[in-house]
Ligand binder design. Sequence first.
Ligand SMILES: Cc1cc2nc3c(=O)[nH]c(=O)nc-3n(C[C@H](O)[C@H](O)[C@H](O)COP(=O)(O)OP(=O)(O)OC[C@H]3O[C@@H](n4cnc5c(N)ncnc54)[C@H](O)[C@@H]3O)c2cc1C
Length: 288
Amino acid sequence: MFPSQFTYHRAASVAEAVELLNGNEGAKLLAGGHSLLPMMKLRLASPPTLVDIGQVAELKGVSADGDGVRIGALTTHAEIAGSALVQERAPVLAEAASRVGDPAVRNRGTIGGNVAHGDPQSDLPTVLTALGATINAAGQNGERGIAAADFFTGLLENALDDGEIVTSVSVPGVASGAGTAYVKFSHPASRYSVVGAAAIVSVANGVCSSASVVVGGVESTPTRAASVEAALAGSGVGADALAAAASAVSGDFQGDAMGDVYASSEYRQAMAGVYVRRALEAAVARGG
Ligand SMILES: Cc1cc2nc3c(=O)[nH]c(=O)nc-3n(C[C@H](O)[C@H](O)[C@H](O)COP(=O)(O)OP(=O)(O)OC[C@H]3O[C@@H](n4cnc5c(N)ncnc54)[C@H](O)[C@@H]3O)c2cc1C
């Protein structure tokens, strides 16, 4: 359980982190260390160089950004869950962050590390995709934003170019009156989501006027539940209508469903319908 030898650098700024990352072949960024260090100890990753960004002040904190929020890459899950600004403008993100792992994980794990690692069982990719968030990155060629829907490209893979670093995440504010919810079936040991479902639902005169529904934990990247969204459009929001819409999620999986010793791919897909229904019910109950 010891990592192989590596060279350690501590960056003082984003510019220095980018320079160190690009100047050292195979270098990896170290943020909260809650995914990278276990992988290094298991020798699933053996980066020759670590660039510690833990002290880079410009990567920390939550600020208002138009009607939404901008969250620095080094902001921890506990800080996101406890932020009054996130609770007000994107409550579903605060809810998801509050359900990540345990207190130790929430106090060390960061939003930048979480999205860059791209674990399909993580909670934040699901919610950020539902919210239409943008992942902001900096590299040798400057800065750019990547839509969350395009950022997660595969199992532990993302759309960052070599030598790019996530600097922040921009989250649009949820529309006034919309109800939101994130529900998950937590793995009993790690608390990672076996299945997670995020829902953002607007209702006008008893009819669904817009819905964003995304499922995590089933496929290698977050699954937009387009069939559920289509079934909800213009429909009532009573229990039977929500259950019928939720059952449509089975049509949204692209044959990429994952299975393991804990939960088969069939079980995850079956549970997705249950958790989407629960997310829709909670979101509708909270809206207005
Ligand atoms: C026991 C346990 C339970 C957990 N349960 C959950 C859970 O329920 N839900 C959940 O969502 N997550 C869970 N996690 C993961 C946790 O939430 C962390 O967010 C995650 O480990 C990565 O964040 P980190 O800051 O620790 O990143 P690190 O481990 O430091 O880095 C992870 C990867 O991201 C890269 N990286 C880090 N920061 C950046 C950046 N700014 N730009 C580009 N690349 C970067 C690193 O190079 C590395 O490849 C759990 C982790 C543990 C150990």
